[in-house]
Design a protein around this ligand. Structure first.
Ligand code: SF4
Length: 69
């Protein structure tokens, strides 16, 4: 999982949706861990981001899980 820091507008929705997974630093979201166990709340966070800055992928990075490609 990653956050496109250039795209993030600091809305805080991801941190509100999945507080154990994101933290806002200087108004930009940062994932607390790059590799995480599968969790539907991460899909919800990615789908809720207004600028699609949260990207959840398989560990090998080959398949994007959310937001839907
Ligand atoms: S929901 Fe998107 S825009 Fe808002 S803080 Fe998270 S990554 Fe940034």
């Amino acid at each position: 999982m990653r956050v496109d820091r250039a795209r993030c507008i600091g809305s805080g929705i991801c941190a509100g949706t999945a507080p154990g997974h994101f933290v806002l630093v200087d108004g930009v979201s940062r994932p607390l861990a790059e590799r995480v166990a599968p969790d539907e709340v991460l899909v919800d966070a990615a789908d809720s981001c207004p600028v699609e800055a949260v990207v959840v992928s398989e560990v090998d990075g080959l398949r994007r899980i959310a937001p839907e490609p």
